[in-house]
Design a binder for this molecule. Structure first.
Ligand SMILES: C[S@@+](CC[C@H](N)C(=O)[O-])C[C@H]1O[C@@H](n2cnc3c(N)ncnc32)[C@H](O)[C@@H]1O
Length: 235
């Protein structure tokens, strides 16, 4: 088990390096499913007109952009620990004229007042944050009472055959393809490990409850490769 400081510096190094090929790799390694997962997440959001949404670990901004394109026309803030990841996000926002504000920041110390947002999302970011419950507690603080958090994340599927095939893919194929395209096989091996170490959906719902979020529930996507976990700040 790596210590927290080592994990954070790994995450910074990997995401600083992967920026130019991040979107392409996502599409290749998920066989195009990543676009569908983020769209599903944005469409699952229950938002009123003029809602304010925070996308934590926004990376190259695709979920923030899918949220900004919703018919309710929310104002979206995208925040990420690694400023370089925001470069492609800024270019996409400018190209589309989207209502998305982008900023650097840490998901475990959000630079916002309590009860600022109607909804918070985190796509494939929470597993890169060693102190998950601290991050979820911050999410609860910045949500308005009754507001919801939407966490999209991988986990290893539970059905034995699918699980065995998926683990093989994660340990062997993913680092090879990731390494070929990004030049950082080690980084992709690390990412594969974070997927395998991520808690089961039930254990993650327990962590959301520990952070003071209520009514946690999870929806399986693509045979349980990805999950959308939803919970609320109590009224
Ligand atoms: C796999 S990417 C996901 C990006 C994007 N949400 C997506 O769906 O493609 C993970 C992102 O989490 C960010 N990240 C890691 N630790 C973070 C933290 N403590 N606070 C905010 N962002 C963080 C990384 O910089 C990276 O951009």
């Amino acid at each position: 088990m790596r210590d927290e400081a080592t994990q954070i510096s790994q995450v910074r190094r990997i995401f600083n390096q992967v920026v130019p090929v991040y979107d392409l790799l996502n599409h290749v390694l998920s066989a195009g499913q990543d676009l569908h997962w983020r769209d599903f997440t944005a469409r699952a959001m229950r938002l009123g007109p003029g809602a304010k949404v925070l996308d934590v670990a926004t990376g190259t901004g695709d979920l923030a952009l899918a949220e900004a394109a919703l018919p309710q026309k929310p104002l979206v803030v995208g925040l990420d620990l690694v400023p370089a990841m925001l470069g492609p996000a800024k270019a996409k926002v400018a190209r589309r004229g989207a209502r998305v504000r982008l900023m650097a920041g840490d998901g475990t110390a959000l630079p916002f007042a309590a009860a600022t947002f109607d909804a918070v999302s985190i796509a494939f970011g929470i597993r890169n944050i060693p102190r998950r419950v601290a991050a979820l507690t911050e999410v609860r603080r910045v949500l308005r009472p009754g507001g919801r958090v939407y966490v999209l994340e991988f986990t290893t599927p539970q059905r034995p055959l699918v699980r065995r095939l998926y683990r093989r893919y994660l340990m062997h194929l993913l680092p090879k393809i990731g390494g070929l395209i990004s030049g950082d096989e080690f980084g992709y091996r690390y990412l594969a490990e974070t997927i395998m170490e991520f808690p089961t959906p039930a254990a993650f719902r327990q962590e959301m409850a520990e952070a003071g979020l209520v009514a946690p529930r999870s929806h399986a996507l693509t045979k349980g490769v990805a999950w959308l976990h939803v919970a609320e700040r109590p009224l």
